[in-house]
Write a protein that binds this ligand. Sequence first.
Ligand SMILES: Nc1nc2c(c(=O)[nH]1)N[C@H]1C(S)=C(S)[C@@H](COP(=O)(O)OP(=O)(O)OC[C@H]3O[C@@H](n4cnc5c(=O)[nH]c(N)nc54)[C@H](O)[C@@H]3O)O[C@H]1N2
Ligand SMILES: Nc1nc2c(c(=O)[nH]1)N[C@H]1C(S)=C(S)[C@@H](COP(=O)(O)OP(=O)(O)OC[C@H]3O[C@@H](n4cnc5c(=O)[nH]c(N)nc54)[C@H](O)[C@@H]3O)O[C@H]1N2
Ligand code: SF4
Ligand SMILES: [Mo]
Length: 732
Amino acid sequence: MSDNALTRRSFLKRSAAGAAVVAGSGFVGFSAWEQGQQARAAGTKKAVHSLCNSCSSKCGFTAYVGEDGRFTEMVGDKDHPYCDGTLCARGYGYASIAWSEDRLTDPLKKNDAGEFEAISWDQAYAEIAEKVQSIISSDGPQALAMIQDPRPSGSYYTARFMNALGSANVYTHGVACNMSKNSGMTQAIGAADFTADVANAKMVMFLGRSYADGIRPSSLHALQEGHAKGARFVMVDPRYNNSMHFCDEWVPIRPGTDLALILGMAHVLVTQGTYDTAYVEQYTVGFEDWAARLAEYTPEWAAEKTGIPAETIERLANEMWEAAPQSCIEQGWRAAYGCAHQNSGETARALCLFNTLLGCWGLEGGAYMPASASAGKLSDPKFAAPAKPADKILGQAEYPLSSGGMGVSTYALSQVPEGTVKGVFFYQSNCVAGYSNPAQLTEFLASAELSVAIDVQLTETCQACQYVLPDTCYLERLEVPEFVGGKVPVVSLRDRVIEKVHPNTKPVDEIFAELAEACGVGEYFQFTVDELADAQLQTVGLSLDALREEGTHVFEDKALKYALKTSWGTADKKVHFTSEACEKAGFPASPGWLEPKVTPGEGEFRLIGGKQAIHTHTQTANIPALMEITKKYGLERIWMNADVAEQMGIADGDEVELSSETHTGRTRVKVTQRIEPTSIYLPSHYGCSVPEQKTAYQVGLRQMDFVPFHIEPGYGGTMSQETIVTVKKVGA
Ligand SMILES: Nc1nc2c(c(=O)[nH]1)N[C@H]1C(S)=C(S)[C@@H](COP(=O)(O)OP(=O)(O)OC[C@H]3O[C@@H](n4cnc5c(=O)[nH]c(N)nc54)[C@H](O)[C@@H]3O)O[C@H]1N2
Ligand SMILES: Nc1nc2c(c(=O)[nH]1)N[C@H]1C(S)=C(S)[C@@H](COP(=O)(O)OP(=O)(O)OC[C@H]3O[C@@H](n4cnc5c(=O)[nH]c(N)nc54)[C@H](O)[C@@H]3O)O[C@H]1N2
Ligand code: SF4
Ligand SMILES: [Mo]
């Protein structure tokens, strides 16, 4: 196997490299770790429970802290549904952010020369509040928008702050992650997601979802378990990704054509009559419409679109049916149809309908809805929520199928030059580098009356804002409890593991409570985060002290029970082969083929992205221990198909120029048979343009620079892979 595959040995080596930085002030070797272990055994170390913040999985862990306030060990919680006892390399490596020399330490304000100057918190609050109030009085609260990455306290405090001001415009990073997928699924099954029971399945097909690259430890464990039990795993991906270690067949596909594959496979099952007719009759509506539409989507037709041979499409459909109901197409997350193409929402809708043909819903080895738990209503009036804003989130009318819970943040930003939006806040979000074309987003923001970024390091988003406020890092603060669904739901806690490293940073709860006070809505924040966490936990029979001891609390009584799922979240509780909302938004009643927005011609490629196991989005590239791994293995290189490279006279390691309609950049190329010929893969964690991030600055290229600003019609996704690139050898 090839050069860059993560073998088990190399992965463990990498994890260890990450783990070593946790000690804080630099690198500690094995002996320090061993001393730490001894101290833990002797009971002189305090166990503090917390949650990782290196990606949205927020895995639970216990840190063992010595009397000097430092810690050398983090152990993943066995009971946490995402972590399953193991943190990934990023989880260890990212802990060093606390001591990063590039941390933000003071509030900053951009001066007339465009440079940041440190100011006091009082000045920052006063000036921001004055602008907030002036925007509200001239244009109303809907002229304010908040973009945040959903983490426990972040979600709570940002939404409460905006609602207190009267604005409904609270956005997540959804447009650049799973907006289209969640929205498409909602149209079919009335739920934004489901979980393939990978550990118990007979067969699972993955459409561009790699558990060994886009890591959530428990998913990777399920893949290993299913593989060991003899399940058949099929990986449909333009790339031979690292999950192939546990998969049986690689089916290379032209990116953006997964919808054609699903339609072709559905055609096979429906024309043969090999599908769960009883389930379809009893628990669905609109099947006849889809069956009629499928007639034209023969395997031969799908082969033309996808590049997958017709016999393979037919065989895969039949294998899925033979394994049913212990089979399904896995739910995916981002790459293929989370937000990538013009047909992403429709792909997600069709995927749910294909699984419906298999009759796998709710069954062991099929596809289930995770069990969940949540905090109850708080009785103490000091926690009473502000009134619900009168308006809907901006962008919902324009993108009617988009999930309102995520919101089309890029549309909101496009409304800044229009004057509809005048003030924008970012909390824990590097929107400018990652949600759409960075140059365009920067230009939108330039005309804002107010722009504020709250982060731990100076980012592209901070650079585009007038004010930057320094948050504490995750190891330095308590947050509201995090309820997590799974086969057994839990509640878990992010607690303070270490003292603040920089005294003038403030935790998110304090920042928003104080900002609210300055803006005249302080009455909604008359409690501490400790009080709030305790009150929420009391509603489920726990307390803050008890959860501090326990770390992750398991709700055994709420555990998932496998049973055929017969009632859905749609208005009539049925699976919908047809959707009125989709029809109203200009799509066919049941999903049919929809071309991607662009298709590469001769000498052109589609630029695809994808995660690497050791980095998260844009936030870990500045972690020295993780970037060291990138450099050692040349992980920032773009991938190009070996046959195509040979024809073009490009050799492995050559420097090339990559160009799209929006951007040109230079990087090195990895020539490999692990990618199909119409794609160029650009790993998505690089190309930082902020000199203050000394480790990350200018390493590799940034995917979103090559993507024009556009939004998926109806669904609101950012269409992160709707771009054509060309490649030229430098000097040729
Ligand atoms: N290491 C790491 N793990 C992470 C994250 C991270 O940043 N780093 N982030 C977390 C988050 S927020 C997310 S959303 C998930 C993302 O998890 P995934 O969605 O699995 O992430 P990707 O690596 O973007 O994509 C997976 C594969 O899809 C392939 N692909 C690209 N385009 C297409 C296509 O059109 N069709 C098909 N069939 N395949 C395609 C890519 O080649 C890639 O191998 O990962 C989570 N875990
Ligand atoms: N270029 C590129 N774009 C992407 C992706 C990618 O891999 N590459 N991935 C896509 C996906 S799947 C997703 S989910 C989104 C993710 O988009 P985001 O959620 O915006 O994720 P990041 O780009 O990692 O940016 C997170 C920001 O939070 C900051 N941060 C970290 N810890 C804290 C903290 O404790 N407090 C505060 N206030 N800030 C903190 C980091 O410094 C960073 O600036 O991006 C999407 N867009
Ligand atoms: S998957 Fe890794 S980075 Fe993400 S929360 Fe878990 S340990 Fe942290
Ligand atoms: Mo994501």
